[in-house]
Design a protein around this ligand. Sequence first.
Ligand code: K7E
Ligand code: CUA
Ligand code: CA
Length: 644
Amino acid sequence: MTQDDTTNRDTQPDLGRRKFLNSAALVGLSGAGLSVGLSACNKESAPGAKAPSAKGEVATHSPYEVPPGQLDEYYSFSSGGHSGDVRIYGLPSGRQLKSIPVFNTDNLVGWGITNESKAIIGTRPDGSLKYSTGDTHHVHQSYTDGTYDGKYMFVNDKIHGRLARIRMDTMECDKITEIPNIQGFHGTFTDKRDPVDASINHTTRVFCGAEFSIPLPNDGRNMDDGSKYKSLFTCIDSNTMDVRWQVLIDGNCDLVATSYDGKLTCTNQYNTEMGVHYEETMSAEMDACLFFNVARVEEAVKAGKFTTIGSSKVPVVDGTRASNKDPKTALTCYVPIPKNPHGVNISPDGKYYACSGKLSPTASVIEHALVLKWFDGELPNARDAVVAEPEIGLGPLHTGFDNKGNAYTTLFLDSQIVKWNVEAAIKAFKGDKTAKAVVDRIDVHYQPGHGFTSMGETREADGRFFNSDNKFSKDRFLPVGPLHCETAQLIDISGDKMKLVHDHSVLSEPHDSIIVRRDIIKTRQIYDMDEFPNAVKDPAESGVFRNGKKVTVKLTSQAPAFSLREFKLKKGDEVTLILTNHDKVEDLTHGFAMPKYDINFIVNPQETKSVTFIADKPGVYWCYCTHFCHALHLEMRSRMIVEA
Ligand code: K7E
Ligand code: CUA
Ligand code: CA
């Protein structure tokens, strides 16, 4: 397909239409294999498609479809970008199941409105939210034995430098930690085991990379002195969510990966130049992937070899190049790689890290064992830990892995996914002319950011699906105005050739996701009333309880009524309203909306929530159930009377 193709929306378009793509991006490495994978897919009729039943009740469907009444095989947990939330999809269907509010405020559940959620997000002295915005990029779950254990999920906030934890049993955020002395908290990853204690084979740490360097401390001094700008790499305790330590580094952090043996964590660096201005960050041909020796960092902290910055009490150890020249004692190892790299991912066998070149058309493969050898003083040159650097295409960003030694990298500029074989790339790097790293290519629509494989960031990578989250959808969906949705494209990677299965729309603006087998996730369908210290356990406890101007309203819900038909307040009262849902039936959620008081939240079965407000407007306010619960849902109301 060419630039001047005139296909329009009224005629049957080529499923692989690329007329919006800048043809310049297609020149170069991508030519040969450009359309092979996709045309193979388009022309194939769906294998195993069923004919409609005699009564015509069941439509024809492809083997990838999830028929009515059937469940998806995988969960996909996806960051929502500057929406500040985390989304849950089912795969292979692409059905969106839920948005988990995290750093955003959310009217549906009352996140950022209820007292309980505000306490998690963090408040100012006046009780208002400290931050109401966030930018989530990377979601990763807790591990046991190198695979997901279904306990927790962690997600970053790039805007304000916070890490949030989500409980997987309720799929709700339960803790948020603000990291001191950083900006642009971008990459994050959970550790997979302890570097020293072999009995700890599960996640206890979360690592966090700071992308933007700032003057340390950032207190208004040294703002024009680039040499005072630094980044920190941070470790957070996954249980307490306290910040354990930070490492002062040269250059910046971008994405983060962790080893399967727990010994190393690393971050790719695109600004080793330490440029404060845009152009400076692209001036060097080589940047780095920076490795941290976790055990040594923690020994240094224990030995008191740290400083603190500003008012923060967090121990900061020195990981700069100048202080880490002797590999045998070094906390950090800077492995040079080209150029403004983006993304670092470890292979499921734990042997290799793949860093995408971004401004270089290459992926750099770094061998885990060789980095350990450098730390032992047995590899003189850190660059020698690079065992392959195949040319894979233009604008490589992120890599997923299958279970057969293949890597799948998103090519932002080429709008392709390239499949390449790691061992073949290593052979070619050693000079074997017969070894071909690139195995296959497939077009995606358009400009992919992250791509990720089913269970691909665990030892249980299964090589079934790759999902490409594309940054531009352009003509792929019905037009909905200037703000487009994004395209997620599911690709079958089980065979030699990648096959495009389908597009599904995703609301702006996802970055990274993980695809998790459904048997790993065990959710609760109702809460336990005893978990809420303020629960109104008996409807008979309902009422208005006054202590001067401070008033507590206790209320219960049970379909289709609230326990109080009305409640009376006085103008100026400081009111805390507590609502406990007594329904025990799965899926029986009630809502509570309070007109003109800007209050709206839900209570799930057996859950308690509370809100605090000043009753400053006299009059009658019909508080009503917002969440459809019963044939008498519309009648489910309580009259709030505020006396003048
Ligand atoms: Cu490439 Cu923030 Cu993971 Cu976006 S980052 S794509
Ligand atoms: Cu209760 Cu609707
Ligand atoms: Ca650079």
